[in-house]
Design a protein around this ligand. Structure first.
Ligand SMILES: [Zn+2]
Length: 436
């Protein structure tokens, strides 16, 4: 028996209503941006210290078949990270979707101008906004955050009360109440890696694959370490091996049905003279000579407890002036130093680089592609470098990073990628809202 017109209409309406229920859009708002509830797992990876030339080299050598597939079938581009091109500000931008002026983490280290105390920026109390993983977890999503070094975990897992959160560095200490998982090394099938090793990053990626298999989180953030990039330039055998092994894990994540989203916190450059020796401006020493001892204080925000591969030398420092020292003469003095790319005051650093003005000095100084800036030689121990060149980051030359998705973009997002300045902190938005 054929259905009457009325019955057909009712049937169609029911279908439409059911369809609308299934496709109902749940939007999670985080820091002024709305993110779609994922229909398949989204795994975002921050490849610490991945300058574009590592990927270009590896693709040309044909050693990253999964990346080549993402490039062909998904989305492959470059984006700008945030300045200073350091680990903490960029990781926090990626997980919050906003620049440092929004989240407050201006470096690994800062000077509290109220108290004069130098403060590590690992404390989540310094964070001024929510993270995307925490907001999704709060709305009931399954979330996992895995970092290589433990220093980042507190910030990245801020307000993450459920879900999986741990560092590879301390994976052996995980407990169900504290980390949402236990017995991690045996689950991953790897011994606990050394903190200065490429294995620390492999551990994070393999843990990500295992968690995707067993827990199938809606959202996962995997943050690696730049041990290899600090030591070995693109084209070396060590770098090739590292990228080849990472590629294999990205392939497993994609095969398990995840949208794989790749970016980096910063790039990496040789900071050397033509003879291979480190090219350093010891800024405090020069300022003391020019303006008298105690007139300035130089803070190196790259400083952290893991200094072996850069001796706390990066291409961004911030300078505090005392004794009513005038700004302009100091700016002009610094600007004339060879290897200095930019000198900006507090206002400029906010407007141009979107840094929180209360967490930088009176002046911020950026070194060029081959120059790092320090305080004075006695504060920087470079003996751990051995025979290897000093490779570091922090400036504009290390701002360009990959921005890669394993799946293609919708028309609207493909157009945005063409017309807007892509930032690494757009990664979750593009992966959640823009992939098909
Ligand atoms: Zn980094």
């Amino acid at each position: 028996m054929t259905k009457g017109r009325g019955e057909v209409r009712l049937f169609m309406n029911r279908r439409r209503i059911a369809g609308a229920m299934e496709n109902r859009e749940i939007l999670i708002e985080v820091n002024g941006r709305r993110y779609r509830w994922p229909s398949r797992p989204v795994v975002a990876v921050c490849i610490d210290g991945c300058s574009p030339d590592y990927l270009e080299n590896a693709l040309a050598a044909g050693i990253m078949p999964n990346l080549a597939a993402f490039k062909k079938e998904g989305f492959f581009s470059w984006a700008d990270g945030v300045i200073p091109s350091f680990t903490n500000p960029n990781n926090l931008s990626i997980v919050t979707g906003v620049p440092p002026s929004g989240h407050g983490i201006s470096g690994n280290y800062y000077l509290d101008s109220q108290t004069g105390a130098e403060i590590m920026m690992n404390d989540p109390r310094l964070l001024r906004c929510e993270t995307i993983p925490a907001k999704f977890a709060g709305a009931g999503a399954r979330v996992a955050v895995v970092t290589a070094k433990d220093k980042l975990l507190g910030l990245l897992s801020h307000h993450l009360f459920t879900g999986i959160r741990f560092s590879a560095e301390r994976a052996d200490r995980c407990t169900l109440p504290g980390n949402g998982i236990e017995g991690v090394p045996s689950r991953v099938g790897m011994d606990l890696p050394q903190v200065y090793s490429p294995e620390l990053s492999y551990f994070v990626l393999r843990a990500g694959v295992k968690i995707l298999e067993t827990h199938r989180p809606h959202l996962m953030y995997l943050s690696l370490t730049d041990f290899i990039q600090h030591k070995y330039s693109p084209g070396t055998a060590q770098a090739a091996e590292f990228y080849r092994l990472m590629d294999a894990e990205w392939g497993k994540l994609a095969d398990l049905g995840a949208v794989v989203a790749l970016t980096a916190d910063h790039g990496m450059n040789d900071k050397t003279n033509p003879d291979g020796s480190p090219r350093v401006i010891y800024l405090l020493e020069l300022l003391d000579l020019e303006f008298g001892g105690g007139a300035c204080r130089v803070i190196c925000p790259i400083t952290d407890p893991y200094v072996a591969h850069h001796g706390s030398l990066g291409s961004f420092v911030t300078v505090f002036l005392f004794n009513r020292l005038a700004l302009v003469p100091v700016m002009n003095f610094i600007r004339r130093l060879r290897g200095v790319e930019r000198v900006v005051d507090r206002q400029q650093v906010f407007f141009e680089f979107e840094l929180p003005p209360d967490r930088v000095g009176d002046l911020s100084v950026l070194g060029d592609a081959s120059t790092v800036i320090g305080t004075s030689p006695r504060d920087h121990d470079l003996s751990a470098l051995g025979h290897l060149p000093l490779r570091s980051h922090g400036g504009l030359a290390e701002q360009k990073v990959p921005f890669i998705l394993s799946r293609p973009l919708s028309g609207a997002y493909a157009r945005r990628a063409q017309t807007e300045r892509l930032r690494n902190f757009h990664l979750f938005e593009f992966a959640l809202n823009g992939t098909m």
